[in-house]
Write a protein that binds this ligand. Structure first.
Ligand SMILES: Cc1cc2nc3c(=O)[nH]c(=O)nc-3n(C[C@H](O)[C@H](O)[C@H](O)COP(=O)(O)OP(=O)(O)OC[C@H]3O[C@@H](n4cnc5c(N)ncnc54)[C@H](O)[C@@H]3O)c2cc1C
Length: 467
């Protein structure tokens, strides 16, 4: 681990010169919101020494260059909705907030692309595409608050990944400030390319450790006009989860297949103070499907209905999209309402291993006497397992969680899975990453980090330690 220098009054004055005094703060009250992301355990919080708000790529480059020269950590930050402490300044230093770089620079209807600055809210990207009669495929549940730059940095997934892929599949090109303060354009508006390493794909998902994303060219698509949300309710978790593989084989590609277990549905009901269908005992599978016209949509819906019914669904309803997505998107808030402290696991396994994974999770929850809540992007194998502390004493919680996670990730990797499907590693999963990741793979990642960021100033203490 590198030795870092403190942010001195001289460095603060230089930062003020670079981005303007109004765009720099050292006020502890104003910096407090930048000491954490959405992880509520205060043991993962850390106050920066200074927060800067650049307005241009040139300013970002100058700040990073200064940080590199002074050996001061610099942490890029979007909206701070992350769930892995990726934007937390664990070694203090500079928070580089991209929130003022929030312009949509171009929506090109002819050639179906959009160019945006990193601080544009994801929902605003979706709205701008829709206003132009087009469609943006990314849709994380946090879309009303997270930024597109954060989505690119974490390779955010969300509700449409089964059909449209994750954020990396929506990106043509990025402008990046390197850890030494150079500005580089990576990728291109190309449908194929075989020209050396795919560096834009390396930066995407690197959680702000390899570069600061300062501009993004996004792929747009024709707007799907015929969409339906089906709610299939199942009496058992087994039958609900088993349907995921069957849908994959049925020749229909839904936009999403989401799973919520019954205990979680009842919690969401209490949190929203709203009655949800079949909430007494059933588990939910939400399937969204698109058709090229009404007839096509009817055919696909009928096929999915039959598939779910013959596989044990108690009922298959055309869902009220507002209600069902409000309920799905309330998952994070609901769980937080039940227990302020929790561990949010973001397991991903091959889709055909989900039933086994769910059985193993149930067995582990029983073995350790831990309260768990599950909602999953089941169609792409991504299980959001929330382990709740509730009123468990801290020492017992730490001990049991550690043991639970060790067993859990041994199973995940045995089943061919990985530590995180979409939230990233950040600071929160660093210790697990170093434990479960193949050492050769980890060595390759460390070599890349050292090559691109020789002074290790960009977002240190994330993903893995570099020695
Ligand atoms: C209610 C809720 C629902 C969520 N649902 C989903 C979901 O469905 N799918 C999903 O994938 N995630 C989800 N998340 C997690 C989170 O919203 C995503 O990880 C999101 O992409 C983070 O964006 P952000 O702008 O808040 O980034 P931040 O939290 O600010 O930062 C996240 C990481 O990206 C880096 N970063 C941010 N901006 C840049 C930049 N411009 N250049 C370089 N690095 C940068 C940071 O250093 C950090 O490592 C959810 C979170 C909440 C609270």
């Amino acid at each position: 681990m590198a030795n870092y220098n403190p942010v001195t009054p001289r460095i603060v004055a230089e930062l003020q010169q670079l981005v303007g005094a109004k765009n720099v703060t050292v006020d502890p009250d104003k910096m407090q919101p930048y000491s954490h992301d959405e992880v509520t355990d205060s043991r993962y919080h850390s106050l920066p020494e200074v927060v800067v708000f650049p307005e241009t790529t040139a300013q970002v480059a100058q700040v990073v260059r200064l940080a590199n020269k002074e050996r001061v950590p610099v942490v890029p930050r979007g909206a701070g909705t992350g769930l892995a402490c990726g934007a937390v300044p664990v070694h203090r230093g500079i928070i580089l907030s991209l929130e003022y770089m929030n312009k949509i620079l171009e929506v090109n209807v002819e050639s179906l692309f959009m160019v945006v600055e990193p601080g544009v809210r994801t929902e605003d990207v979706q709205k701008a595409a829709k206003a132009a009669g087009l469609f943006y495929g990314g849709d994380p549940c946090s879309g009303d608050s997270c930024f597109i730059g954060g989505n690119v940095a974490t390779n955010a997934g969300g509700n449409r990944a089964v059909k449209y892929g994750t954020t990396r599949d929506q990106v043509y090109a990025i402008e990046v400030v390197t850890p030494t303060g150079d500005i580089v354009d990576l990728g291109g508006r190309l449908e194929k390319v075989s020209t050396g390493y795919s560096l834009e794909q390396l930066i995407i998902g690197s959680e702000g450790t390899l570069g600061v994303i300062t501009k993004v060219t996004l792929r747009l698509l024709p707007l799907p006009l015929h969409v339906v949300d089906l709610l299939a309710v199942f009496p058992t978790i087994e039958s609900a989860i088993a349907i995921v593989g069957k849908i994959a084989k049925a020749g229909v590609t839904p936009t999403c297949v989401e799973f919520i277990d019954n205990v979680t549905i009842q919690s969401i009901e209490r949190f929203l103070n709203e009655k949800l269908p079949y909430s007494d005992s059933c588990h939910y599978i939400i399937i969204q499907v698109e058709g090229k016209d009404e007839d096509d949509l009817d055919d696909k819906s009928a096929l999915l209905d039959e598939l779910c019914t013959t596989n044990g669904a108690r009922s298959v309803l055309v869902a009220d999209p507002q209600q069902i997505w409000r309920a799905r998107k309330a998952f994070t808030e609901t769980v937080r309402h039940e227990s302020l402290i929790m561990s949010k696991e973001d397991i991903v396994v091959p889709v055909d291993q989900i039933p086994q994974m769910m059985r193993d999770i149930a067995a582990l929850s029983g073995k350790y006497g831990m309260i768990t809540r599950t909602a999953s992007h089941a169609g792409d194998g991504n299980i959001h397992l929330n382990i709740l502390r509730c009123d468990m004493p801290e020492e017992e919680w730490d001990h049991k969680l550690d043991a639970f996670q060790h067993e859990l990730y041994a199973i995940v990797y045995r089943l061919g899975g990985k530590l995180s499907g979409e939230h990233g590693i950040g600071a929160k999963r660093l210790h697990l990453m170093q434990e479960v990741c193949n050492p050769i793979e980890l060595g390759m990642m460390r070599a890349i980090k050292k090559a691109l960021d020789p002074n290790l100033i960009l977002n240190p203490g994330k993903i893995f330690d570099v020695v």
